[in-house]
Design a protein around this ligand. Structure first.
Ligand code: TYD
Length: 208
């Protein structure tokens, strides 16, 4: 039915908010499917290991963009499109906007070129609604430091990279105001959830 994506810098709380929204939808009797990128298919999970593991410190930015797109194609064809056809709401933890921001802006490949690649690969599937959770870079780094798991290859990038990511999301929000809703990720989990539910109501007419 609707394809809703969740975006933001690391530790912005988007995954928690995705789960909460899925729970609210289920309670309201709406069928949902939750996925995450990169991954969500057997092939995609293998690509995820290549992308996020520490082995490939010398990975070229285009290799990175192509691998994210490759995992995405499998997910769209095997999982997302079939679920949408069945009338489900599909919630995705990251999608095309992550590539536009991380590879297009932060790695400098160019938004247009990365968008073209991804539109071709996915058959042009764009989200109906995208949430971008805004948490300053400093707060994100603080939350990362407090976590006990090791940083992945992208999280380990230096600070200016993450600053470009945060600024990149704001740039996308200005480019696509009809599709992207910026959400203040500050406050309690429940407060942020209420903001998400309100936007679902305003933009898609969902009663959650
Ligand atoms: P993940 O462990 O799923 O982290 P998060 O909870 O932040 O989503 O790691 C995904 C990482 O991959 C994250 O640092 C962002 C990056 N990424 C890209 O660079 N491009 C993309 O297209 C996608 C989907 C993710």
């Amino acid at each position: 039915m609707y394809f809703i994506t969740f975006e933001g810098i690391d530790q912005s709380g988007k995954s928690t908010q995705l789960k909460l929204l899925a729970g609210s939808a289920t309670t309201a009797g709406i069928d949902t499917l939750s996925v995450r990128e990169p991954g969500g298919t057997p092939l995609g999970e293998q690509i995820r290991e290549i992308l996020l593991g520490p082995e490939h410190a010398n990975m070229d930015a285009w290799t990175e963009a192509l691998l994210y797109a490759a995992a995405r194609v499998q997910l769209v064809k095997e999982v997302v499109k079939p679920a949408l056809m069945q009338g489900k709401i599909v919630l995705s933890d990251r999608y095309i906007d992550s590539s536009l921001v991380y590879q297009g802006i932060a790695r400098g490949l160019g938004i247009d070129r990365v968008l073209d690649l991804n539109l071709g690969a996915t058959g042009g599937l764009m989200p109906d609604l995208t949430f971008v959770f805004h948490l300053g870079v400093a707060a994100s780094r603080e939350r990362l430091a407090g976590r006990d798991t090791a940083e992945d290859r992208i999280e380990g990038e230096p600070l200016p990279f993450h600053e470009k990511v945060e600024a990149g999301y704001r740039q996308l929000e200005e480019m696509y105001p009809g599709r992207i809703a910026g959400i203040d990720a500050g406050g309690s989990i429940e407060e942020v959830h209420a903001r998400v539910v309100a936007v679902c109501h305003e933009r898609l007419g969902l009663e959650l």
